[in-house]
Structure formats: structure tokens, C-alpha cells
Design a protein around this ligand. Structure first.
Ligand code: NDP
Length: 250
């Protein structure tokens, strides 16, 4: 899909691995200046070097999305380096696997703080800036098929993603007249550091064989949806929960 994002600035959370890394690269290749954020600084620096070596504009920003005090300064840093943010990709997330009776309070809180509170704080602070500037923008939340149906053994994860999906719709409604589009991509299973161990286990292989296409989706399968939502072609798409799962939930 050819999309020209020249002159736009994107901010991608959780860009140090997996989908976030891919999103940052794809947005940069489409011409956007990209702020990449995460906790593992050496990975941010190597991705920045990769993007700039290909002629892209990139800034690396240290950010733990559970640290509320870092949200505004991180966005400030990005805007200082690259200009006002037009596109926010709320991608940082974590998994939590196991029976409900075995989940500790601390783990539950960490999942909610990472997958829900972090994206909320990021969206709110970014929208504050977008509204002040008056040009609108696009907020893309990375949810999951677990936002829409039960994934056994992933209760806290599904709860956090379902709330993120509702947040997407609430924010889309609240900021509709500010020309801020808020959408969620709900991906199916894609092998990344989040789940690689599971999919290499016997039970993980069985799960793959239960999917209609007997395969995992690939990182690049989200490129089209990401670019569409980041582009002006998505003017009338807001509050949408867009499943991209290779038919896994059918
Ligand atoms: P990875 O584990 O590969 O990447 C997760 C990213 O999130 C890392 O870059 C990590 O960076 C970042 N992150 C985690 N916690 C924090 C935090 N507290 N503050 C800032 N960044 C954080 O997983 P994926 O790429 O697979 O996942 C990306 C998103 O996609 C997640 O929201 C996930 O739920 C969602 N998703 C993934 C699916 C899949 O099958 N892979 C399916 C559906 C949704 P660092 O550690 O450097 O901070």
C-alpha cells in the first residue's frame, strides 16, 4: 500500500521489539518522522540508526508508560526533535498468562497499568497537544482479538484490551469535533517476543493447527491497516475496532 506521510510526525510506544518496531519502520518508510519509545535504550538506539541510515527522521525517547510523570516530558522531547505529533500508535503492551487464582495483585496491576492506563495517559496528553494546535490527528490503539472474545488463560490481558477497545470508542466520540480519529487494531496471533515461547511449545503448535489457515499471522500483515489509519484516507474512520487476524477467531 502506497501512503505518503511526508511532513507528518508519529510517536510509537513499545518500539523496541515485535509489532512496535515494525510500525515505526513502516511509518518511517512512508515518509513520517518517527519518535520511537520504550524502556530498552540500546534497542531504541539501534532502531534509530537503522531508520536514519535509510534516510528517515527519527528520535529515540526513553519511556516507561506506567510512569505517569514521564508521559508529558517524553512527548515534549519528541516534539522538540521532530515537530508536532500527528499520529500516536499506542502499542506498548504486555501479556499475563495463567489461571485467575494464580495471578498476583502486582501482576494484575502491571498489566492494567501497561495495557490500559499507559495508553490512556498517552492519548490524553497527545490529544491535549493536538487540540491546542487545531489540526486534529490520528490515535491508533493496538488492542487484540482478546478485546472481543475470551482467550482462555489470558484473563487480565483480555480485560485490559477490552477496556482499551471501549476507551477507543469513548475517546473517538469525545474528540470527534476536534478532528482526532481514534481507532483500534485488534490483531490475531503474530509471533513476537510476547508469545514466542508458547508457540514453540507442543500446546502452542496445537493451537496454531486449530486456526483456519493453520498458521500465525505475520508482522507485515498489519502494515496496510496501520498505513490506512495513519493517512487522510481514513478521514471518516473513527471509533472503529478493526480485526486483523487471518481468520483466527472464525
Ligand atoms: P513484544 O513483547 O515483542 O513488544 C512489547 C513492546 O512493549 C516492547 O517494545 C516493550 O518495550 C514495550 N513495553 C512493554 N512494557 C512497557 C512499558 N511499561 N513501558 C513502555 N514500553 C513497554 O510484543 P508485541 O510486539 O507482540 O506486542 C505489541 C502490542 O501488540 C502489545 O500491545 C500486544 O498486546 C499487542 N498484540 C500482540 C499480538 C501478538 O500476537 N504478538 C496479538 C494482539 C495484540 P521495552 O521492554 O523496551 O519497554
Amino acid at each position: 500500500m502506497k501512503t505518503d506521510l511526508t511532513g507528518r510526525t508519529a510517536f510509537v510506544t513499545g518500539a523496541t521489539s515485535g509489532l512496535g518496531r515494525r510500525f515505526a519502520t513502516v511509518l518511517a518508510e512512508a515518509g513520517a518522522a518517527v519518535a520511537i519509545a520504550g524502556r530498552r535504550l540500546e534497542r531504541l538506539e539501534s532502531l534509530k540508526a537503522e531508520i536514519t541510515a535509510k534516510g528517515g527522521k527519527c528520535a529515540a525517547v526513553a519511556l516507561d508508560v506506567t510512569d505517569a510523570r514521564r508521559i508529558a516530558p517524553a512527548l515534549e522531547e519528541a516534539e522538540k526533535a521532530l515537530g508536532p505529533i500527528d499520529i500516536l500508535v499506542n502499542n506498548a503492551g504486555m501479556n499475563s498468562q495463567g489461571a485467575v487464582l494464580a495471578i498476583s495483585d502486582a501482576e494484575f496491576d502491571q498489566v492494567m497499568n501497561t495495557n490500559l492506563r499507559g495508553p490512556f495517559l498517552m492519548a490524553r496528553e497527545t490529544a491535549r497537544k493536538m487540540i491546542a494546535r487545531g489540526k486534529g490527528g490520528s490515535i491508533i490503539n493496538i488492542a487484540s482479538i482478546g478485546a472481543l472474545r475470551v482467550l482462555p488463560g489470558l484473563t487480565a490481558y483480555c480485560m485490559s484490551k477490552a477496556a482499551l477497545a471501549m476507551m477507543t470508542q469513548c475517546l473517538a466520540r469525545e474528540w470527534a469535533r476536534k478532528n482526532i480519529n481514534v481507532n483500534a487494531i485488534c490483531p490475531g496471533y503474530i509471533e513476537t517476543e510476547l508469545n514466542s515461547e508458547w508457540f514453540h511449545s507442543e500446546k502452542g503448535q496445537e493451537q496454531i493447527n486449530s486456526f483456519p489457515r493453520r498458521r500465525l499471522a505475520a508482522e507485515q500483515d498489519l502494515d496496510g491497516m496501520l498505513l490506512l489509519l495513519a493517512s487522510p484516507a481514513a478521514r471518516a474512520i473513527t471509533g472503529a475496532l478493526l480485526t486483523v487476524d487471518d481468520g483466527q477467531s472464525l
